[in-house]
Design a binder for this molecule. Structure first.
Ligand code: HSE
Length: 371
């Protein structure tokens, strides 16, 4: 009999990308999907009916309905998870909970899913009876897919990173606000002024517009366009942001590394104005001196999505920008070179779509594991 999957949070940014993938890959044929809503209970969604033959949206807070499911797949966010997950487990529900939100990641009872990297761990945990599976932080997942070969071959002593994270990582509100900022600038700029003034006068004018109190910045707090935001997620009050903390914590959990083998990873996470691709620059200290061709070979052979981009200007501009990767599952890794500071130090630069490999794809693949 087909397993019954209850899908919650399928209208949001990650949920919509996941739904798109489920439809594209025809996964809906392998399961019986039931759609839930926190706000539109009873609505008949005509779009869903084209694929899933489910007439009405069910109540995402109704434990009796949820208890009937084999699998709950949620992209609804941490607030929903916290409100429903524990109650459901408490009343004896033994189904699989597959979650995009971060809250359950830190729990011992959960596995962070990224199967090209920790497939064996996922299988072991299924055999052990683990029932809670959580997608990783997007930046972490994208780093692991990019450098999986170096991690798996235990070649990394430590990594320092700088990220360039897309607006989408902050949610749809960030994307819409970025667009509103573009429109605000466009409306405020005067073509005749630009045509007649010196570049410094124009720059001053643009800066003044960006600093206006009514510039749209409800989500981002400061303008994202023509600017950047050097802090992502909460302040941990030790100088590190929560996003930066996740890099080391989640990586070591995904790789199941114990205290002795733990890899140190730290750096600075920054939001920039790209739409849905996160970029990351890595400074890596290897455990030994390995020649560059071997390093590239190790990185390239880890998974079928990773691709080495030759370290030259033309290839980098063509293949190593957010725009060249957006909407795809590719993980290009370029700018790989030995650094002048020592023969064990290399740099690398990687990009990935944070809504696909960074969020939706590991969840979709987990569903298929559960068949
Ligand atoms: N925390 C990420 C970001 C989102 O803010 O870009 C995906 O995990």
């Amino acid at each position: 009999m087909k397993k019954i999957v209850g899908f919650v949070g399928w209208r949001g940014l990650v949920g919509s990308v996941l739904l798109e993938r489920i439809i594209k890959k025809k996964d809906f044929k392998n399961f019986k999907f039931v759609f839930f809503s926190t706000s539109q209970v009873g609505f008949n969604n005509l779009y869903l009916n084209n694929f899933f033959k489910n007439k009405f949206l069910k109540d995402a807070y109704n434990l009796e309905e949820l208890k009937e499911l084999d699998i709950i797949l949620t992209c609804q966010g941490s607030a929903y998870t916290n409100q429903v997950y524990y109650k459901l487990r408490k009343c004896g529900w033994k189904g699989y909970w597959v979650d995009a939100a971060s809250d359950l990641r830190m729990k011992d009872e959960s596995i962070i899913i990224l199967d090209p990297i920790n497939r064996e761990e996922i299988i072991k945990s299924l055999n052990k009876g683990i029932k809670t599976f959580v997608g990783g932080n997007c930046t972490v997942s994208l780093m692991l897919l990019a450098l999986g070969g170096l991690f798996k071959n235990k070649l990394i002593e430590w990594i320092s990173f700088s990220t360039y994270q897309a607006a989408s990582g902050g949610g749809s509100g960030y994307i819409l606000e970025l667009l509103k900022q573009i429109i605000f600038l466009n409306k405020s700029l005067n073509k005749d002024f630009i045509a007649s003034k010196s570049i410094l006068e124009i720059e001053k004018n643009v800066t003044e517009i960006s600093k206006k109190s009514n510039f749209p910045k409800k989500n981002s707090l400061v303008p994202l366009i023509l600017n950047l935001i050097p802090w992502i997620d909460e302040d941990r009050n030790n100088g590190q942001s929560k996003e930066e903390w996740k890099m080391e914590f989640e990586t070591n959990k995904i790789l199941s590394l114990n205290k002795k083998d733990k890899i140190s990873i730290d750096g600075t996470c920054v939001r920039v104005g790209s739409l849905r691709c996160h970029s990351q620059s890595f400074l890596i200290k290897l455990k030994k001196n390995i020649n560059l061709l071997d390093i590239e070979q190790i990185i390239a052979s880890d998974n079928k999505w990773v691709k080495i981009i030759p370290n030259n200007k033309k290839s980098s501009l063509e293949n190593l920008t957010p725009l060249s990767v957006t909407g795809t599952l590719q993980i290009p890794v370029g700018r790989i070179r030995k650094l002048s500071i020592g023969n064990k130090y290399i740099s690398a630069f990687s990009i990935g779509d944070q809504l696909l490999w960074g969020a939706a794809e590991p969840l979709r693949r987990m569903l298929n594991f559960l068949i």
